[in-house]
Design a protein around this ligand. Structure first.
Ligand code: F0G
Length: 351
């Protein structure tokens, strides 16, 4: 039986006797060894952390379970978030599971259809904002300050990051030590901040002998940290990380600098290449934003970085089923049709 994040890592989370034992089956996601990309790009050992295996299909569930349990403990009755889609899916699920009303603010026309369906299915109040994610987050923060009963469950909520750091614990628990490098997509920069916190904490506790270099990847059209200034009109095919002014900017910079890592940008074509290689070469179907870390690894390997004796983990942040229209980008041959006759089908296949 799935124990959930709160139970598995209880001693390392900000829980009290009054925190409800909430779970919808999040955490304990697979860490799988690469079959082909490892060889293709000359990596010593390459692993993928499949965060799309969480109950709502993304890593957000790890932080959301802590944020919602704490909101319940504090007597809050409504959840509020701004989202590019995954946070809203997760908040809506935990809201439904715990009987709290959930209000989600999403940038109009910018959220993948699967993520919209999730908010609908879980019964959230959905408000589309005529602006981008950064506008939606600004309004969510203002609204939470204005109306007391709203628990803001974006990654500005410290409990979110506490929950998300458990993915770093799992990697060390699985590998027996921290990897040399961690490649991870960066949008609002909460996840890279949380992973770094988790690795530092395990290292300090003597549970890992080292800490990884943190390799954060922004999309080139939405790369404020790389450029050193907010991007007013962020643009990228990877809608989940279409963010111009990340809330956890300072956390990402600290993770980069303290770990000796980097925050780099990958272009849409680099993202789409990795988005196509993962399913076709590894059997891993993720959403475009989730391929950004792998795109960064490929970019650096091609530029001559030597990973031949390194252990590398790439975080695959969400499932490809969130954004099926995007998968049309991967179609090399349109589906064919045949009458219900074996020989006819054989003829089509042979064609
Ligand atoms: N990958 C996916 C699939 C995401 O949904 C997000 C963020 C990220 C990566 C980046 O993580 O923001 O912690 O740097 N999605 C947020 C949302 C913004 O609203 O669902 P980050």
């Amino acid at each position: 039986m799935s124990e959930g994040v709160l139970k598995r890592y209880a001693s390392r989370l900000p829980l009290t006797a009054a925190t409800p034992a909430l779970t919808i089956g999040e955490g304990s996601t697979p860490l799988v060894r690469s079959r082909s990309l490892e060889r293709e790009f000359g990596v010593g050992a390459l692993y993928f952390k499949l965060e799309g295996c969480n109950p709502t299909g993304s890593f957000k569930d790890r932080g959301m379970v802590v944020a919602v349990a704490k909101a319940m403990e504090e007597g809050m009755t409504r959840l509020l978030c701004a989202s590019t889609g995954n946070t809203s899916a997760s908040a809506s699920a935990f809201g439904a599971a715990s009987g709290l009303e959930t209000v989600v603010l999403i940038p109009e026309g910018s959220v993948a259809p699967g993520k919209m369906s999730q908010a609908v299915a879980y019964g959230a109040r959905i408000v589309t904002i005529q602006g981008n994610f950064d506008d939606a987050l600004r309004i969510a923060r203002e609204l939470a300050a204005y109306e007391e009963r709203f628990a803001l469950v974006n990654s500005v909520n410290p409990n979110r990051l506490e929950g998300q750091k458990t993915a770093a614990f799992e990697i060390v628990d699985d590998l027996g030590d921290a990897p040399d490098y961690l490649f991870i997509p960066v949008g609002n920069a909460g996840n890279i901040t949380a992973y770094w916190r988790g690795f530092v904490e395990y290292h300090q506790a003597g549970l890992a002998t080292r800490r990884p270099r943190m390799m954060g990847m922004e999309a080139a059209g939405a790369a404020p940290i790389v450029e050193g200034a907010p991007v007013l009109k962020p643009e990228t095919v990877a809608s989940a990380i279409r963010i111009g002014n990340p809330a956890n900017w300072a956390g990402a910079v600290a993770a980069r600098d303290e770990s000796g890592g980097t925050v780099d940008a990958v272009t849409d074509s680099e993202i789409l290449e990795a988005y196509g290689l993962l399913p076709s070469m590894e059997g891993i179907f993720c959403e475009p934003a989730s391929a950004a870390g792998v795109a960064g690894l490929i970019k650096q390997a091609r530029a001559g970085a030597d990973f031949s004796s390194a252990t590398v983990v790439c975080i695959i942040t969400g499932t490809g089923l969130k954004d099926t229209p995007m998968a049309e980008q991967l179609m090399t041959r349109p589906p064919e049709t045949a009458p219900p006759d074996m020989r006819e089908v054989a003829r089509v296949i042979a064609g």
